[in-house]
Design a binder for this molecule. Structure first.
Ligand code: ADP
Ligand code: MG
Length: 411
């Protein structure tokens, strides 16, 4: 089976001199807000080790992040003040939110006034329309505020925004390194994909069929088995001629799904679709719950894989050496449609205890692990759904490509 050629190991923030240097760190501090308060600070905590390293080593830390979708305009509801406060608590030192725009005189002045160990947070990068346009002038203005660039934003590494690609390019001869979290993501995903212990299986679910179709296509010929559950299963079932009742089918994806199913045997990959389904009369008001084997009845929607499918999927997981999981098996937020996801989650946890490598990506998949109390039961929980899918799809990550290779790494 062909290898993935996942990104090479990059030079990390620990492999560069930061004492006295202004370190421009692009993090993904896009935390969920609830009435202006941070509902979950996991993303801030995830980037903390790299930030702590810089301040402990006497660097001057300039943190950058986006938040939400302000659409290139200042939006008070999406300002980073709550992030600055939380970051200050976590680092146990002042964090100055500099200026009301990421690039402005106040920000430049704040950075030039920094002493070693100081921390400045630039305002939401997406307040400036040039961020998402990948603008070189915006990148140059950011680059002027740093001596070292550090990407610690795995969650955004599949994007080509200015702070992720044009900025490291604008650094010229100055170092552009990866943060510790990004390095960990690349190591786990890269190693699993390049040299997996077999059987290597992928478990895919969730709703984003169009996003995940390319992933399944790339997995064919590379993994031993793909288990398809969640809402995306109905598109595959429809493609294979199964009557899925009123379940959501992505009409534009059916032909591609059929082509993938047809190509799989020649690639040596088995694709398993659910054989039974927990169904109801509607997604919004799921009443008259019934399990259907095979075809789903007229007017019914599948909301979870059925018990026989859950058993079959769990058996595949139990026999695997490497498991990559992205996307829940059903509408797991609403019991009893959580049973299929729970069965897979527990099978993945048990396989991990037995020595298998398990990697989970995707926000909702992580939420499902939390729901089952299994957050720490997997080998690696990825912080980037989209970036993780891009790696599974064999797509290069622009924000990673531009970073310096690790010292001594020639290729
Ligand atoms: P992830 O965030 O892990 O990448 P997705 O965002 O693609 O996963 O999909 C997660 C969502 O899919 C969840 O909100 C879940 O309720 C929904 N979902 C999964 N299966 C079904 C289904 N059969 N019917 C409706 N919604 C589903
Ligand atoms: Mg999701």
């Amino acid at each position: 089976m062909p290898p993935y050629n996942a990104p090479t190991v990059k030079r990390t923030i620990e492999q560069v001199e930061v004492a006295g240097a202004r370190v421009l760190m692009r993090a993904d501090l896009n935390v969920p807000l609830d009435g202006g308060a941070i509902a979950d600070d996991q993303r801030i905590r995830a980037a903390l080790a790299s930030m702590q390293h810089v301040v402990d080593a006497g660097g001057r830390l300039v943190v950058m992040s986006h938040m939400g979708r302000p659409g290139g305009r200042q939006d008070p509801a999406l300002g980073l003040a709550p992030v600055a406060m939380r970051l200050s608590e976590l680092l146990d030192r002042p964090v100055l939110l500099a200026g009301d725009m990421p690039v402005c005189d106040a920000a430049a002045e704040a950075v030039s006034a920094m002493a070693d160990g100081d921390v400045v947070l630039l305002e939401n990068l997406r307040f400036d329309p040039r961020e998402q346009l990948g603008d070189d002038g915006f990148a140059a203005a950011l680059a002027a505020m740093g001596d070292v660039y550090c990407n610690e934003a795995f969650g955004a590494a599949h994007r080509s925004d200015a702070s992720l690609v044009a900025l490291p390019q604008a650094m010229g001869q100055r170092p552009r390194v990866s943060g510790l979290l990004l390095a960990r993501e690349l190591r786990f995903l890269g190693e699993a994909l390049d040299d997996p212990t077999r059987p290597f299986i992928a478990v895919l679910g969730g709703i984003k069929v169009a996003d995940k179709l390319g992933v399944v296509e790339h997995l064919v010929g590379r993994v031993d088995c793909v288990l398809v559950g969640g809402a995306m299963a109905y598109t595959f079932l429809a493609a294979s001629g199964v009557d899925v009742g009123a379940s959501g089918v992505e009409a534009t994806c059916v032909d591609d799904a059929r082509a993938i199913l047809e190509a799989a045997p020649a690639g040596g990959t088995r694709i398993l679709l659910p054989q039974d389904h927990v169904t109801a009369t509607s997604v919004d008001n799921p009443t008259s719950i019934e399990t259907c084997a095979g075809a789903i009845g007229a007017g019914r929607v599948g909301l979870d894989i059925g018990p026989a499918s859950a058993t079959a999927f769990a058996a595949e997981v139990a026999a695997a050496g490497t498991i990559v999981w992205n996307g829940p098996m059903g509408m797991f937020e609403v019991p009893p449609f959580d049973a299929g996801t729970a069965a897979v989650a527990h099978a993945v946890a048990a396989a991990t205890v037995r020595g298998a490598t398990s990697i989970v990506g995707g926000g909702d998949s992580a939420a499902a692990l939390v729901q089952q109390g299994l957050l720490d039961a997997v080998t690696h929980l990825s912080t980037g759904g989209g970036a993780c899918l891009a790696m599974l799809q064999g797509v290069s990550l622009p924000g990673v490509e531009v970073l310096d290779d690790a010292p001594g790494d020639n290729g």
